[in-house]
Design a protein. Structure first.
Length: 1021
């Protein structure tokens, strides 16, 4: 707005210090002479003209055009005096007025000024357009999706603020129903008469409300503003599940309609919907809510609701069927015909109040009404019955029509609108009979597979309608039926030549003792639409019978018994198969005859049966592999022999299908008996015999009898001699009683020999590379026997052992497999079978007892293990112990000045005695004394060695000593431990092992000799 329209040009003096002059032309809404961002707006495309005179008198005239922000710039200007004139403004309400004051519309204040000019009011306005932007799209469940687009516009000359858009969706039709919140709005099931938001409001408008639901929360957007002439859009996506039936189509179109609303406030003028009706507006359908473009949206004809017209198409399909199976053959008047109906909703809208009507007089319809969801088919709701009349029977058919009707919506008056479908069915009646005979003259005695049975068929048309395409089927697997179909079979006609069948016997038939089968004849007598309607009959011996045709076969009872070794179990848990262990047997009993067997029993003289507590029955061809079980406990004699063998027998009595005994010519029941054949080979694994009946399997000694059907079941028992040796330390004698483990001490050992195999051991000997073993051999050691007294040994510890720190060694035991009476058991080459073992230790290196030698890994004397807990060496730790003892004694005191008094200048002489009190040699022994210089050394000492002359020293008394009245001091002896060969002995960290000692006194303070320095406490000075 140009508040002062007469000041469109001006002039003045400007001091130009730069080369650029710029400014802005704008609408000064605040009327404060300054550009206010967010309120004032620039005016584009205004031609600005700058004229004047440069500092040197040169005239200047240039132009510039304002940009979108109203800004203009004059560049490269010299210093001078200029004026700027505004060009023509395109907006008519901003057009410059006359330069001379008028005489009306205000008060003439002077020749150039008018005051109190009355201007027309600035009237703000907004409008709201709403249209269906996408859809409606109908979903598979009958709901539909649609997107509304709302266009909010500012028709004012000023900015609008506090704009609020509301849109209520909830309510009965034509609203969208009750709002529901779904976990997955696009796919979750919905109750009819509900709607949900597919997403929150979106678009270019600010202030969108994410909690909007169109029901409890109807505000779509609020608190936003629009500049003059600006607009923004809002999209609302809705999914609606209509009521059933659908709402009626509205007079203005569509089944639903909806209208939103908008309110706003003038940013500068403060106008509101309360003072300006154009600042509130109900939405108009379409994309332009100001159709007459007069700048006002809230007026007649521009507030039309937005209709929603989902394209629902109803559909229904009726299929009618005649239940032929419910009618007897032939039919007679009064018989009830039963009809069934399949009704399907083929449209995209649910159907309610679905009913069915029959046009046939006398027909009774039951069921309904029902509702049908989209795509739903109902086959059980409706049935109809109809009593046949004589005319129906005479005509051999019934024709009738049924109609299904469903409601899908209502009209404008609330009346139901329906969709219907009719189906017409013609049903004809017929009757057919089949007689079947069997010719078994070609069957052998006894029957064998491949023997032929010939079947003949007589087909009669017993109905009142000609039959066409007469066919015959026989359910017997493998039967071959030749002939047919019969093109036409007249009323009352019989055909005996067209069809003939042949069947080859199988082993199953022979096992069953009979061949049973039944055929079916079928003919066409009408159609249901395009589907042929047939009549059929199962065969029998007469036209009125439906029964199996049975051909009996000869009876021959037979049984076969197969005995197999299942497992050999280490019952004793010693890891080998021997006396006390268990063999498990299984028995496969097979009925190899052609009759059933009952009271099947099994006899085995050797085993303990663990199954078969009730009599067993076997059908023809049946094999039972689980009923009979048995176990046998091995004896030592079996192990010494090297195998176990035996046979069993099975017996069963012949019975018929009812379980009654089948008797022979003498009146006794026919029976079948068999001595077992073996199902496993006489090998260690008990491998399966592929063809027991055709394979000759040898007995335990390797013999056969030329009959492959009665071979004994053999289990080889391999002689497995085993022995275990346990060596343990029983003591260590300290022969020199020095309290140390050193050379010359004696270790004692004991040995325990145990027979852990499955046969006795003879001539058991023991060898130990370290010691001389005393005792043995053991003449015979029984299975499981143990000897702890026969073998002993002692060992004299050497200095090398002490230097090493331990003694390790193992022994070896060996014995020969023998029977319980000592007879040698030889291998297949005739050689003795030997068993040996390297000893395990029964004592730990520290001499303690090992609780479980076989499972405890005991380290060697050096701390090594090999992950085998059964061969650990017997170790004796000697404990490398380096020790030294030093004795310092006063040898004499020389009276140097001869005055007979001990005073300064006199000399004290000392001697040192060094002793190796450890169990290791010491090398490089030195004696040091802080008071004096020790002469002599270094020396070496073997364990127990001593030296009393190598080290000496002397000390000259001082006056301080005389004043103190005594001289006190001690010396230290140190040496390094070495082996017998002089090799340094290192500790676990790799450092040399040393021994040191602070001297004890060998003389008393009065100079007398201390007799036993180690046990005598001598006082200091």
């Amino acid at each position: 707005l140009d508040v002062v329209p007469l000041n469109n040009q001006n002039s003045g003096s400007v001091a130009v210090n730069g080369s650029t002059v710029s400014g802005r032309v704008f609408r000064d809404f605040a009327d404060d002479g300054a550009f206010t961002s967010g309120t004032d707006t620039g005016i584009a495309d205004i031609t600005m003209t700058l004229t004047g005179t440069a500092f040197d008198g040169t005239p200047v005239s240039v132009t510039a055009v304002t940009d979108a922000n109203g800004t203009y710039t004059f560049q490269f200007l010299p210093a001078g005096t200029y004026s700027i004139v505004q060009g023509t403004i395109s907006e008519t309400y901003l057009t410059d007025g006359d330069t001379a004051a008028g005489s009306t519309g205000g008060t003439v204040a002077s020749a150039t000024s008018i005051t109190d000019v009355t201007l027309g009011a600035n009237e703000d306005a907004t409008d709201l357009a709403k249209r269906v932007f996408a859809g409606p799209t109908i979903n598979a469940d009958g709901s539909f999706n649609t997107t509304f687009r709302l266009l909010v516009r500012n028709l004012s000359l000023e900015a609008l603020t506090t704009i609020a858009v509301t849109d209520s969706l909830a309510g009965a039709a034509p609203a969208f129903g009750t709002h529901v919140t779904l976990g997955t709005p696009a796919t979750d099931a919905m109750t009819p008469g509900t709607y949900t938001l597919l997403a929150g409001p979106s678009g270019t408008c600010a202030g969108l409300q994410s909690g909007y639901d169109g029901s409890a929360a109807t505000t779509v957007a609020t608190g936003f503003g629009l500049a003059a002439g600006a607009s923004c859009t809002i999209d609302i996506r809705v999914r609606v599940q209509p009521t059933s039936p659908l709402p009626p189509t509205l007079a203005g179109g569509g089944r639903y309609r909806n209208q939103a609303g908008v309110t706003a406030v003038g940013a500068l003028s403060g106008q509101t919907s309360a003072t300006n009706p154009q600042l509130t507006d109900l939405s108009d359908n379409g994309a332009n809510a100001d159709a007459n473009n007069n700048g006002q949206g809230n007026e007649a004809g521009e507030n039309d609701p937005t209709p929603v017209a989902p394209a629902y198409v109803p559909g229904i399909d009726l299929e009618k069927a005649f239940d032929l199976a419910a009618l007897p053959s032939p039919v007679s008047p009064g018989e009830l015909v039963r009809f069934t109906f399949s009704v399907t909703n083929t449209g995209n809208v649910p159907l309610t109040n679905v009913t069915l009507a029959e046009a046939l007089p006398g027909a009774l319809v039951t069921g309904g009404p029902i509702s049908l969801a989209i795509g739903e088919t109902n086959t059980i709701a409706f049935t109809a019955t109809y009593p046949l009349t004589a005319a129906d029977v005479l005509a051999n058919e019934v024709t009738n029509t049924a109609t299904a009707t469903g409601v899908w919506t209502t009209d404008g008056s609330g009346n139901p609108v329906t969709v219907s479908d009719a189906d017409t069915l013609t049903t004809a009646f017929a009757d057919i009979a089949l007689v079947k005979t069997a010719d078994g003259s070609a069957i052998s005695t006894p029957p064998v597979p491949g023997d032929l049975i010939t079947y003949r068929f007589a087909i009669t048309n017993r109905g009142g309608v000609v039959l066409t395409n007469v066919t015959l089927t026989d359910v017997l697997p493998g039967i071959v039926v030749n002939g047919g179909p019969i093109a036409s079979l007249g009323i009352g006609a019989t055909d005996v030549d067209t069809f003939i069948g042949t069947y080859a016997l199988t082993q199953d038939d022979i096992d069953a003792g009979e061949v049973v089968n039944r055929a079916t004849a079928s003919g066409v007598y009408g159609t249901d639409g395009t589907t042929p309607v047939r009549v059929s009959d199962e065969s029998g011996a007469t036209v009125d019978e439906d029964a199996d045709t049975v051909v009996s076969l000869a009876i021959e009872p037979e049984i076969r018994l197969l005995k197999s070794r299942d497992t050999v179990t280490d019952t004793t848990g010693d890891g080998i198969i021997g006396a006390g262990d268990t063999i498990s047997y299984s028995f496969a009993v097979t009925n190899t005859g052609n009759v059933a067997l009952a009271n099947v029993t099994l006899t085995d003289p050797q085993i303990v049966e663990t199954g078969g507590q009730m009599p067993l029955s076997l059908a023809i061809g049946e094999t039972n592999s689980t009923y009979f079980r048995g176990t046998y406990v091995l004896t030592q004699a079996d192990v010494d022999r090297g195998y176990v063998e035996n046979s069993a027998s099975a017996t069963g009595g012949a019975v018929n299908a009812q379980g009654n005994p089948i008797l022979g010519s003498g009146g006794a029941q026919l029976t079948a008996t068999d001595i077992s054949d073996t199902g496993t080979n006489p090998d260690a694994d008990g491998s399966t015999v592929a063809d027991p009946g055709g394979t000759e399997t040898p007995d335990g000694e390797g013999d056969t009898d030329a009959d492959p059907g009665n071979d004994p079941t053999v289990t080889p028992i391999a002689p497995t001699p085993r022995v275990e040796l346990l060596k343990r330390l029983t003591g260590l004698a300290d022969t020199n009683s020095d309290g140390l483990r050193n050379a010359g001490d004696i270790a004692s050992y004991a040995f325990t020999v145990t027979n852990t195999g499955n046969v006795a051991l003879a001539d058991v000997t023991l060898d130990d590379p370290l010691v001389a073993v005393v005792g043995g051999p053991i003449a015979l050691l029984a299975v499981g026997g143990s000897d702890s007294t026969t073998f002993t040994a002692t060992y004299l510890v050497t200095q090398a052992d002490v230097d090493r720190g331990f003694v390790d060694n193992s022994a070896t035991v060996e014995g020969q497999a023998a029977t319980t009476i000592g007879t040698p058991i030889l291998d297949s080459a005739g050689q003795p079978i030997l068993a040996s073992d390297v000893s395990d230790t029964g004592t730990a290196p520290d001499g303690t007892i090992v609780a479980s030698p076989a499972t405890d890994e005991t380290p060697s004397g050096g701390g090594q293990t090999d992950s085998d807990p059964t061969n650990d060496p017997t170790a004796l730790l000697l404990g490398a112990d380096a020790r030294i003892s030093l004795l310092k004694s006063v040898a004499s005191i020389a009276d140097t000045n001869g005055d007979g008094v001990r005073n300064a200048g006199d000399t004290v002489s000392y001697v040192f005695t060094v002793t190796n009190t450890g169990n290791l040699a010491l090398q490089g022994i030195l004696v040091t004394d802080p008071l004096l210089t020790v002469l002599g050394g270094p020396i070496d000492l073997a364990p127990g060695g001593g030296d009393a002359g190598s080290f000496t020293g002397s000390y000259v008394l001082t006056q301080a000593d005389v004043d103190r009245t005594y001289v006190d001091n001690t010396a230290t002896a140190t040496g390094a431990a070495v082996t017998e060969t002089g090799t340094p002995i290192l500790d676990a960290g790799g450092d040399p092992v040393t021994a040191s000692d602070t001297s004890d006194s060998g003389t008393a303070p009065d100079g007398s000799t201390v007799t036993d320095p180690e046990t005598t406490e001598t006082p200091d000075g």
